[in-house]
Design a protein around this ligand. Structure first.
Ligand SMILES: Cc1cc2nc3c(=O)[nH]c(=O)nc-3n(C[C@H](O)[C@H](O)[C@H](O)COP(=O)(O)O)c2cc1C
Ligand code: SF4
Length: 424
């Protein structure tokens, strides 16, 4: 069986609005177990599990937890990042809509281990249903003394509030999100200091993704060492994949790290819809690389992806069949990022406009070798000099296609030369 349902094991099987259903399937039992453990022992289990953040960058979770735990300033905050603005990603919505208490349980365990005082879930504004479900879930957890004062009769107070975004993609970036939570425009801050040192209202703050928190009860349940045996040595556990595009069965699938991309597409997604031919696949979301069919036996793994100057991202796989023109797709991606750029730094603010102009030349068969060189160097400069992850990662699709689909660029330049020649 390719799927390994650990984090999604309750999805579709329980009523997500019912705390009774959740508790009947061991829900909040891991919180009860954790609260009897030493705080540092919980962090050590997470460390042994090698759990890495599921929001995109894959940062080790235990390092953040240790960072927050050692801060003495109070209050200490915790944020669950449920902004999920990256096109092609919908796994956090799936978790919130199908097993919301598991996320809350994970947050409470982390709060207990790090002595955080107040939590926030920052949910993408368009996710009306998830926002309502999470509010209801928090209310249920409060009524059952899993949130609020003296949780489970212990000297431990912690509560959670839901906040919603207002449709800005960059507000998923941790500091832009923090600024937005503070009621300011969503713009990043220069790092360091990192959020665990000075985050929300300049207080120590831990920020993790929805799926990251959802892994915590499972780690407390089976222990860090057993968890680390799932997946690969560099990428432990399972990954939720948002599979979309031209496949037969789109959806969210949970697979162990180490699963080949081609198996997700063919065995879980049922292959390319309408018997068309696959042209390319975008990994991670709009800011991820576009790769050709011959690379699809690559396995889902943080280290493997880094060899390709890529991140696993949040786990999107977008399948594109051969009806689509690569340059049209690149233009859509660049225009999306041009719209979402917050404008704070020049490489990103001006760079996307220039990238779009260059790609339009390829679409209109007006491109020259000089344009190809300009596109390549501009994409690299943006990647290296933009202030935040948006401008650093948005040119990834261009950089990848220049490597793996270079012939298409050269063919277009040749067509441009021919058209010019005919015009003489
Ligand atoms: C432009 C941009 C958008 C982001 N959007 C999200 C998002 O929607 N959800 C998310 O969890 N992380 C997002 N991130 C990553 C966060 O900055 C941060 O690394 C993450 O929330 C940390 O959680 P994790 O360690 O559990 O992955 C984004 C980063 C960038 C640069
Ligand atoms: S990279 Fe883009 S989104 Fe990030 S700070 Fe610069 S302008 Fe804003």
């Amino acid at each position: 069986m390719l799927e390994m349902k650990k984090i999604t094991r309750r999805c579709g099987k329980i009523n997500p609005l019912s705390i009774e259903d959740f508790m009947a399937t061991d829900g909040y039992e891991m919180l009860k177990k954790a609260i009897k453990m030493d705080k540092i022992a919980i962090i050590e289990e997470v460390e042994k599990s090698y759990l890495r953040g599921r929001g995109g960058a894959g940062f080790p979770v235990a390092i953040k937890m240790k960072g927050l735990a050692k801060e003495i300033a109070t209050p200490k905050y915790m944020i669950c990042n449920a902004d999920e603005g990256e096109p092609g990603n919908f796994k956090d919505r799936y978790l919130m809509e199908n097993d919301p208490h598991q996320i809350i349980e994970g947050m409470i365990i982390v709060a207990y281990a790090t002595q955080a005082n107040q939590g926030y879930i920052y949910i993408r504004g368009e996710y009306d249903n998830a926002i309502n479900i999470m509010k209801w879930t928090i209310e249920q957890a409060r009524k059952n003394h899993f949130l609020g004062k003296n949780i489970l009769g212990c000297d431990f107070d912690f509560d959670i509030e839901v906040r919603s975004g207002a449709g800005s993609y960059v507000c998923g970036e941790e500091f832009a999100l923090i600024e937005s939570l503070e009621g300011k425009p969503g713009r990043t801050r220069v790092k360091p200091p990192f959020p665990t040192q000075k985050g929300l209202f300049n207080q120590p703050t831990l920020i993790n993704n929805v799926e990251t928190f959802a892994n915590i009860p499972f780690i407390v349940d089976i222990g860090g060492q057993a968890y680390a045996k799932i997946g690969t040595p560099s990428s432990t556990g399972t990954k939720l994949i948002s599979l979309s595009g031209n496949v037969k069965h789109k959806g969210v699938y949970e697979v162990p790290f180490g699963t080949p991309i081609i198996d997700v597409i063919n065995k879980l997604g049922g292959g390319i819809a309408n018997n068309r031919k696959l042209k390319m696949v975008q990994l991670g979301g709009a800011c991820g690389p576009i790769i050709p069919e011959y690379m699809l036996d690559m396995v889902i793994d943080y280290e493997r992806f880094e060899e390709f100057e890529s991140k696993t991202g949040a786990g999107a796989i977008i399948v594109i069949d051969n009806r689509f023109d690569m340059f049209d797709i690149l233009l859509r991606i660049v225009e999306f990022f041009a719209h979402e750029s917050c404008g704070k730094c020049t490489p990103c603010r001006e760079g996307h406009i220039q990238l779009a102009n260059l790609i339009k030349k390829f679409i209109n068969c007006e491109a020259t070798i000089k344009d190809l060189i300009s596109l390549e160097s501009l994409a690299r400069v943006m990647h290296q000099t933009s202030l935040c992850g948006l401008g650093q990662s948005s040119p990834t699709s261009i950089i990848a296609t220049l490597r793996y689909f270079r012939d298409e660029y050269l063919d277009r330049i040749e067509s441009s030369d021919m058209i010019k020649g005919e015009g003489k």
